[in-house]
Design a binder for this molecule. Structure first.
Ligand code: AP5
Length: 207
């Protein structure tokens, strides 16, 4: 089974992915996480991607497809794609690499996206996600898990969040119809709690 998580920024793709990976043993492939690691390492790819990411624009398709192909490394099963594909060209490229069996579409309106992402904080050390509104850390600014420092992603400023949402509508939302036509899409209301969302998706995966 290969699963794709589709949805606007802040819909909860990363949060759901962490639970699904734990429960179903899938290999988590988040293009956003990979790109942030490359930026942190100061690699050539990271330097190329950083400007796009800081503006909330998409990194070019051929760069993303090359990166995914390298990570998949000839395996054809057991992947959970988070934040990929994000354009029709990426979806077509993915089909040349391996088959997609299910696409979970997490749907969330713009104002809720802005509210959630403005309040997101991430641990610099272990990458754990917090939310000042719904899931605050026990000690302000510190990770409950590892004590690391919490930071705000540079693309979680309101003007960048709004641009990411606009880019999502223009370039990624057409994937909803694309996968619906193939009979692969399951819609989930992303305004539900993380537990409810996980329960609904887990039911689908267990068949
Ligand atoms: P990426 O890292 O993929 O960002 P994104 O898609 O914008 O997604 P986010 O990580 O912001 O949100 P999420 O849906 O994972 O939500 P999360 O679970 O964190 O991409 C970043 C950039 O990299 C892009 O802008 C682009 O430049 C580049 N890029 C990446 N992939 C690319 C590609 N394929 N092609 C081209 N460019 C690419 O949750 C958000 C917050 O809400 C958290 O605080 C969380 O605690 C909270 N939360 C989660 N679920 C719930 C819930 N159910 N109820 C209440 N709060 C919740």
């Amino acid at each position: 089974m290969n699963l794709v998580l589709l949805g606007p920024p802040g819909a909860g793709k990363g949060t759901l992915a962490a639970r699904l990976v734990e429960e179903f043993g899938l290999v988590h492939l988040s293009t956003g996480d990979i790109l942030r690691e490359e930026v942190a390492r100061g690699s050539k790819l990271g330097k190329l991607a950083e400007d796009y990411m800081d503006r909330g624009e998409l990194v070019p398709d051929e760069v993303i497809l090359g990166m995914v192909q390298e990570r998949v490394d000839g395996e054809t099963d057991g992947f959970l794609f988070d934040g990929f594909p994000r354009t029709i060209a990426q979806a077509e490229g993915l089909e040349r690499i391996l088959p997609v069996h299910l696409v979970v579409y997490l749907d969330l309106p713009e104002e809720e996206v802005v509210r959630r992402l403005s309040a997101r904080r991430v641990c610099k050390q272990c990458g754990a996600n917090y939310n000042l509104l719904t899931q605050p850390p026990g000690v302000p600014g510190k990770c409950d898990r590892c004590g690391g420092e919490l930071y705000q992603r540079p693309d979680d400023r309101e003007e960048v969040i709004r641009n990411r949402f606009r880019v999502y509508l223009e370039q990624s939302a057409p994937l909803v119809g694309y996968y619906e036509k193939k009979g692969l899409l399951r819609r989930v209301d992303a305004s539900l709690s993380p537990d409810e969302i996980f329960r609904k998706v887990a039911e689908v995966l267990r068949g």
